[in-house]
Design a protein around this ligand. Structure first.
Ligand code: TYD
Length: 134
């Protein structure tokens, strides 16, 4: 599975009167091997997360509960994706500046990542990012 650019994936959904179920399988719904998963929760009203890009790391973001927006910027264009259903998975390629904002109360973001955590993989200075200094 090859994807170019950020993309909202429609993950499989099994609607059920007992409650719905969605699933993500490595390489079937992801273009990368999942090396890591982390989650963001208890975000106070008005707070933002992110504010950086990754040199190598690719991710898929799912709103497990509630909703939030992911703003992506590659230095040329800026796109906003609203994650408000648990069957959406936002694929973020490497090299996109990201902010996560407008978290609803009790929202939970699950992020699956292609790389192990590495602080050296972060680009935290927007002007460096914009100037293509990697
Ligand atoms: P950070 O990546 O800055 O959060 P955000 O998603 O808002 O950009 O990470 C916040 C803190 O968590 C930072 O001290 C590093 C730590 N952290 C890990 O130790 N492992 C991880 O996999 C991640 C994503 C963060």
């Amino acid at each position: 599975m090859e994807i170019q650019g950020p993309k909202m994936l429609n993950l499989p959904k099994f609607p059920d009167v007992r409650g719905n179920l969605s699933v993500i399988e490595e390489f079937r719904q992801t273009p990368f091997k999942i090396e890591r998963a982390y989650w963001i929760y208890d975000v106070p009203g008005g707070e933002k997360r992110g504010g950086h890009a990754y040199r190598k790391n690719e991710e898929i973001v799912v709103a497990m509960s509630g909703s939030f927006d992911v703003v992506l910027d590659n230095g040329k264009e800026r796109v906003t994706f609203s994650l408000n259903r648990s069957y959406y998975g936002l694929y973020i390629p490497k090299g996109w500046w990201r902010e996560m904002e407008n978290f609803s109360t009790n929202s939970v973001a699950l992020i699956m990542a292609s790389e192990k955590y590495d602080p050296e993989d972060y680009i935290r200075d927007y002007s460096q990012f914009k100037n293509g200094i990697l």
